[in-house]
Structure formats: C-alpha cells, structure tokens
Design a protein. Structure first.
Lengths: 279, 451
C-alpha cells in the first residue's frame, strides 16, 4: 500500500475513532441534555418537537418590509446561487485532464455473443451508443482504434469451461456487433484469454504505433478490461478508463472494476467529453 | 399508444403513486381536523423507561408501557395506522406490479419492525440522543446481516416508495407564507449561509476530494448546511442517491449532532457570546432540529428562541433546495451520451414526487392557512406529522433490511465522506458565525429585541 494511502487510512481511523468515542462518552455521561425537555436530538423536523410553536415568538423578527420584498430577496439569492452552481459544474469537465500522451483505444469484446448473444445483457447494450461516439471521434482525430476480440477454440480454451461456449472463432457470435463494425483504419487482435495482451500481437502493434496510453473500453470492466489493463500497466503503458463505454453485468461489478483499475494501475475514469477533449 | 403510455405513468410509476398516496393522507387529515367528524391520528408511543432514575419533572412525562398498552385508544390508533398505510401502500404496490397476496404479509412484517423501532425510540434514554432513523437502520441491519432478510419480507422493502410518500406528506408542513415572518435577520442567517455552504461542499467534494458519487456529495452538503436527517432524506431522494449514501450521510450527521449539541453551548459560553448570537449560531450549525432546541435551551430561553427560529427557517428551505437539486441533477448531472436535455426530457427525468411536495406546500400555505387559520394548519400537521414519521420509519427499516454491512464499509471510499462532512461543517460554523456577528452583534445593525 502506498505511503499516502496508509497515512490517509490512519488519519481516518484516528479522527473517526476519536469522534465516535467522544459521541459515546457524551451519551454515556448524558452531557448537554436539558432534563426539562421531553425530546432529544433525534427530533429531526420542527413538527416533531412537542409544542414547537411555544418556542417561537412570531413577533420576534417582525416583518418591517412588505411581503413581496422578502419574496424577491429570497428568490433572487436562490437564483444567483443556482446560477453559480451551474457555472461550477460547467467548468468541472475537461479542466483537470491534460492531453493524453499518444493514446489508442482498446475495444474489448464488443462482440455479438457478449452484447446480444450467449452472455449478453442489458448493461452491455447500454454502452453501445456511447462507445460508437467515442470511436468515431477517435478516428476523426487519428487516435488508433484496436479491437481485442475473444476468438475461442471450441473444446479447447479453458475459459469456456467457466463461462460456457461463447465467441467461438468463425461464428457470428465472435464478430464485433454491427453498430461498432471495425473500419479500414482500425486494427483487430484476436485473443483466447481474458487479457488482450496474453499471447497476442497487441504489444508489438501498440509499440509500432507509438502508443503510450491505452483507453480501456468494452466488456466487462471487472474481467477482460481489468486483465487487459493489468498487462498494459505491466508493459509500461499508461491506462485510462472510458467510464461511459465500459460496463459489467452489475453496477457493483462495474464500479468495483473501475475502482480496481484506479487503485492498481492508476487508471482514472473519464467521460467521453473529457476523453475527446484530450485526444 | 404514446399518449396512453404517458397517461398510464400517472398510476404506474412510483413517483406519481407516492404523490397520490401522500395527497390522500393529507386530504383525510384536512377533513378529519376541519370537520372534527372523526379522529385520524396515527399511533405514537409516549415516553417510557426501563427504570432509570429520573427526577420529578422527567417522570411527569413518562407513561409506563403497561399503561400505554392497556388504553383502548392505543389499539385503535395502531389499527388505524396499519390499515391506512397498509391499504394505500398495497394498492400502490399492486399498481407497481407486486402481487397483493405476497405484499400484504410482507408489509405487515415490515410494519411490525417499524412498530418495534418506534417503541425503542420512545424509551427515555434511547431517545435522548438517537431517534428513529438510527434505531430503524440498526434493527434492519441487524436482521439483514445476521439471519438475513427473509424472502417473504422483500416485496415490502420499498425504501424509495415510502420516502417519497413521506416527503409529499411533509410538504404540507412547509409553509412558505412564513418566509416574511422571519424578517431580514432570520433570512440573513439561514438563507444567505445555507446555499453558500452547499456550493462550498459541492466544490470541495467534487473537485478537491474528487468524489465521483455526486448524489452523495449533495446529500451530505444539504444534511450539513440545512437540517440533518430530514434534509438528507429530501435531497437524497431528489438526486436519486443510493441507499448506502443516505445511510452514510445520516450516520455521520447523527454522530456529529451528538457532539455538537453537547459541545457548542459550552464553547459559546466560554467565548462570552451574547445568548442571541450563540442561539443563532447553534440554529445555523447543529444539524438536527431537536438537538438545536436542546442545545439552545442550555444557554437559556432567549438563545433557545433564536436557535429554533433559525433552524425553523432552514426546515422551510428544504423544499426549495430539494426542488433545485432535482432540477440540477435532471439537467446538469445525469446527462447521458447523445441526449439533449430539452423541456420534455427535463419533465421526464424530474422526480415527480417533488411536484407533489410543492403542491402540498402551496395548498397549505396559500389555501388552507388563509381559509382555516394557522391554528388549524398546525392541528392538521400534528396529525400528518405522524404519518410522515411512519413512512420514514418504514423507509429506514427497509434501508437496513437492504444493507450489506460490507458494502457500507466499502462506501467509505477511504474516508472521503467523513472529510467532506468535517471540512463542510467547519466552513458552515465559520460562515454562520460571520453572519451572526454581522447581523446580531450590534456592530452594523441594531440588535433585535427578543421578548
């Protein structure tokens, strides 16, 4: 574990523990209570406080200005704050990412069997439009698009024992889905294991293309994308994830996959807008 | 066909059903109170004890459990509560596609747990610092992480449905017409500071801590700056946050409430601040409304008034803030690829229960209050408040039943939510102090007189 993470965890334990201990101490010693009141801190809303109106003197801060002045002031301040908020969000986007260093996109297993066939799922279909948009933008900017496609040998590849037959070489299930059909400028690298690098030409292809950063897209975030990222990292490439263009069977697997890529390979997850701005 | 589909959303989507159920409860509440034809109040437990040593003043409010159970009214109210909520939620769940036969026993099961939670949170010591939200989560989590949530309960584990319904009912108690009554001082302290703190925490959470989970950030920000649990429920639902986000926010907020309600009065006394300044500071910074009243009262009557007043304004602000959070998330955050957010799309995404919440609030503020008077609105809210609480207790028991403790630990994200809360709360305290000093110290403006 890196030093900074360990320090963060220690700080969390110390601060969190101290706060918890203080809260328990206060509760056990009954500090800060008012014995006269028949409610505690847990009355969360004004209507929950017995006889709340007696605690309010309605004439205290009596209105000295017409009603509409208060309403206008109230709404004007609210509107100003909302406007500031929208400005903040606008500036959030591409600011923190500089240009990607010699990027290429790896499209992992966007095959018929994975999307609509033997092991297809809704979450796989959900990323198709975003992936198509990212790939189109990449081609336009001259960023290489490389398909890492399962092409399994029936009865031989051991992954089939776990997942059942899928993406068998030469079958329609092993073809890229029609929406993302490879273009003449793209590259296709068949694979027989989770990783796009394992016993394939991918590394030599990336080297000869001069690629330094791989953008991981496709299926599934926590399996093939993860294994491909592992090898990419070990071989010296920088890894980033396209969070709108990758997915897993479940939200947990997807988020867990992204978190793992970030933790182990320093792979930040970016939106399409951010990536396209950084090509 | 398209038209049909659009219309059927009115009775086939959770949001709209929550609105209708909320409206029905509100309507019955209004009729019951105004005509006095029948009693509609829901079950509440009175304070009881496990035999703690209490002084006379405290004992005066305690009603032994045996005595509570022996009263006929108790069982009548219990029956009414379970019937009203049971029938409404069963019809709602049926329209959402649940099987009635399976839903009814499931709902009764969750309801029994809710009764246990309300019983626990009426015990003298247990309700001093922690109340139903905490105990509901604990009861739910204990069951789901030990014996496991039984399958037959699952159809009634409908957190969002209960929360949205509770919020629509709560809308009736948000009286806009009171805005003017607070005057410039009250508005200055509550309304100037609150949105600034939210924006600061948004910036700190999304940019400095780089938290991707924006619903968690906004839920936390509003819990810190507005009013703890109730604000977290409202903005959490408006931003469609996950259950674990809500659990996390509320747990942190409750723990800090305990700390702040005990420590703030001590520190305020130590600094020698005037009671009105100290009270306003407490009102602006301590999360939970109950804790504000308690902490304020420790500093005396004047401080308590100032504290509760500021907190009350924040309570009223929840509606506005939830509305704008919903709008912001519908138009700015949840933008997906290739979608343009036009008016139709905003309408599609906008959480409809917020509309129900606002309508309830407008009806209370501008129709019922002028027609029937503030006292009647208060009486109606006295009835509705309990239904709101029952809905929220059902929701929090459901959250607990749906929570995997391991996931919750994962959700800590290296402690980011804690840092967000801590930094945000310090900012909140500093800014509220500045506003309080500016308005109430007598340096720039005359100090208002409290009777």
């Amino acid at each position: 574990m890196p030093k900074s993470r360990r320090a963060a965890r220690v700080a969390l334990l110390v601060v969190g523990g101290a706060i918890l201990a203080a809260a328990v101490y206060i509760m056990v010693r009954r500090i800060g209570l008012n014995p006269e009141l028949d409610f505690g801190a847990g009355a969360y809303y004004y209507a929950d406080i017995p006889e709340f109106e007696k605690k309010l003197d309605w004439d205290t801060y009596q209105a000295q200005l017409p009603f509409w002045v208060y309403v206008v002031l109230f709404l004007a301040w609210g509107a100003l704050m909302y406007w500031v908020w929208t400005r903040m969000e606008k500036h959030t986007k591409p600011k923190h990412m500089e240009k990607l260093n010699h990027p290429a996109i790896l499209v992992v297993d966007m095959l018929n069997d994975f999307v609509t066939g033997a092991i297809g799922c809704d979450r796989a279909r959900a990323i198709v439009p975003a992936t198509a948009r990212l790939l189109a933008a990449a081609r336009e900017k001259g960023v290489p698009v490389i398909y890492c496609n399962d092409a399994h040998l029936p009865g031989i590849d051991r992954e089939l024992q776990i997942w059942g037959d899928h993406a068998i070489v030469g079958t329609p299930g092993a073809e890229v889905i029609p929406e993302l059909t490879p273009q003449p400028c793209d590259f296709v690298v068949p694979k027989r294991r989770y990783s796009g690098f394992f016993q394939t030409d991918l590394d030599i292809l990336l080297k000869e293309l001069g690629v330094k950063t791989v953008i991981i897209t496709g299926l599934h975030t926590h399996m093939c994308c993860r294994h491909t990222s592992a090898d990419a990292y070990c071989l010296g490439y920088d890894v980033v994830a396209a969070k709108e263009a990758t997915n897993s069977f479940t939200e947990e697997d997807y988020l867990g996959g992204l978190a793992y890529l970030k933790t182990c390979y320093g792979a930040d997850a970016y939106s399409n807008d951010e990536l396209i701005a950084a090509f | 066909m398209a038209n049909n589909n659009n219309l059927s959303k009115l009775w086939k989507t959770e949001d709209w059903l929550a609105v209708w159920i909320g409206f029905i409860v509100i309507l019955i509440g209004i009729v019951a109170v105004l005509t006095k034809a029948f009693d509609f109040s829901a079950l509440t437990f009175k304070t009881w004890t496990w035999g703690e040593a209490l002084n006379d003043a405290q004992m005066a409010k305690v009603v032994p459990l045996g005595q509570q159970f022996a009263a006929g009214a108790f069982w009548g109210k219990l029956l009414r509560t379970v019937l009203v909520l049971g029938v409404l939620f069963t019809v709602g769940a049926a329209l959402l596609g649940e099987k009635v036969k399976k839903f009814i026993p499931a709902f009764l099961g969750v309801f029994v747990l809710a009764v246990i939670v309300r019983l626990i949170s009426a015990e003298f010591t247990l309700n001093r610092y922690l109340e139903w939200a905490f105990w509901a989560l604990i009861v739910g989590i204990l069951i789901s992480n030990t014996i496991g949530t039984p399958k037959w309960l699952k159809p009634a584990v409908k957190t969002e449905f209960y929360i949205k319904t509770g919020l629509v009912i709560m809308g009736f108690s948000v009286l806009f017409s009171n805005i003017a009554k607070f005057g410039l001082y009250g508005l200055g302290i509550a309304w100037i500071v609150t949105p600034v703190v939210i924006l600061f925490m948004w910036w700190f959470g999304t940019k400095v801590l780089k938290m991707d989970n924006k619903p968690l950030v906004i839920t936390m920000a509003s819990a810190t700056s507005v009013c703890g649990t109730s604000a977290a429920i409202a903005t959490g639902a408006a931003s469609n946050c996950k259950k674990d986000d809500l659990t996390m926010t509320i747990s942190i907020s409750i723990i800090f409430t305990v700390l702040m309600m005990a420590l703030e009065p001590v520190i305020i006394r130590w600094t020698g601040m005037s009671p009105i300044m100290g009270g306003a500071l407490i009102g602006g910074t301590v999360d939970s409304t109950g804790a504000v009243a308690v902490a304020g009262s420790v500093l005396g009557g004047e401080a308590e008034q100032a504290a509760v007043l500021v907190k009350m304004i924040q309570n009223i602000l929840i509606g506005f803030i939830a509305f704008f959070v919903a709008l912001f998330f519908a138009t700015r955050v949840n933008r997906k690829e290739g979608q343009k957010v036009g008016a139709g799309e905003i309408w599609t995404r906008f959480p409809k229960f917020i509309i129900g919440f606002f309508i309830a609030s407008l009806v209370a503020s501008f129709i019922i209050q002028p027609l029937a008077g503030a006292d009647q609105v208060k009486a109606i809210n006295g009835v509705l408040d309990q239904y709101k609480n029952w809905a929220f207790v059902l929701a929090f028991v459901s959250i607990g039943l749906d929570t995997n403790f391991k996931d919750l630990v994962k959700q800590m994200q290296g402690g980011k939510p804690l840092w967000l809360y801590l930094v945000g709360q310090f900012f909140n305290i500093a800014l509220t102090f500045f506003a309080v000093w500016l308005l109430l110290s007598g340096v720039l403006f005359p100090v208002p007189h409290l009777s």
